[in-house]
Ligand binder design. Sequence first.
Ligand SMILES: [Zn+2]
Length: 367
Amino acid sequence: MLDTIPGQERAMAFMQSAAERPHHAYVLAGPEGSGKSLAARAFAAALLCRRGGCGECRDCRLALKDQHPNEFLVEPEGRDIHVDTIREEVWTPASRTAPEPGRKIFVIRESDRLSPAAADTLLKVLEEPPADTVFLLMSARAHELPETIRSRCHTVSFAALSEAFVVEVLMAEGIDETHALLAARLTGGNLGRARRLATSEDGLAFRDAAVEALDQAARGPTGALAAADLVIVAAATYKKGLKAELEQELSPFLDQKGRPEDVYRGAIRRIETRFQRRERRAERDYVDWVLLAVSSLLRDRVAGQVGSPRADLLNPDLALSPDLSIVRATRGFAGVEEARAALAEDLNLNTRLVLERAFLALAEIAA
Ligand SMILES: [Zn+2]
């Protein structure tokens, strides 16, 4: 299992030998999309599987989907990981018996976002780790983790992946070349995001929304407001579509009549909580995809005008509309990236206002 994590041979060789006699805590350090989640899942499977990670048994299959009842996944709620989350989702279950026989695995995503109080609570657990429990702390900014925590973990480093490599992985997973290339380019070689884009039910609808919004914005201020509106509507539609995914995720834990099986109540609750978080983020995520696509379209106009070959464009499958000067396209590109940064930084911002401002600026540039 562990030798299948692409592009990270050194990290995986380390984890493979670690799986035989695991230390109680690891930091998986590396840039976004470098395969840390993939590695954590394979490692969890190796630790939970009776055959050391065969990839085929029930333990492996559930672990590879982050759905094993003995696996506890913690993510930021809003910007931070709060102390209550660590108490309820780490401290308490760590001191209890595992739902199923075998090890317990705690995976803490974006662990550099632990609040100081949350980090203190986690440190107490790491200082006296319960038997048969393994903690995996993931981070793209591992240097921001408190030294007291880092010193209790083994660090495994992941390097950034190349675009060619991301395309190859996605194609091996059955995604066609156009989609794979587009997803890899739009996400700058971030494998996790590229896969989400490429496998999303939404397909390329987010980019269609971007093309349409950009056309609208070019028509002036009224068009700009319409563009913001169409992005908001597309994001809301996307959020609605997520419901079906929850039902699918829960199905392994329901009995034949569709009722939750008693032993899995905890696992079901955790999947639901994680889903609610995702749902809360869904609209923001989608707006970000659309803005990312708008950026890529503007960037392609610049590239087209300086004579870049078609194969080097971010959207090599689309015809270029050469109606913006380089200076204007560059300014528009900067404005959209500013909007993305603002939305990522401050979860309380009014999305519609940020979008309207970005598209009004584009309208002015196109005029
Ligand atoms: Zn297995």
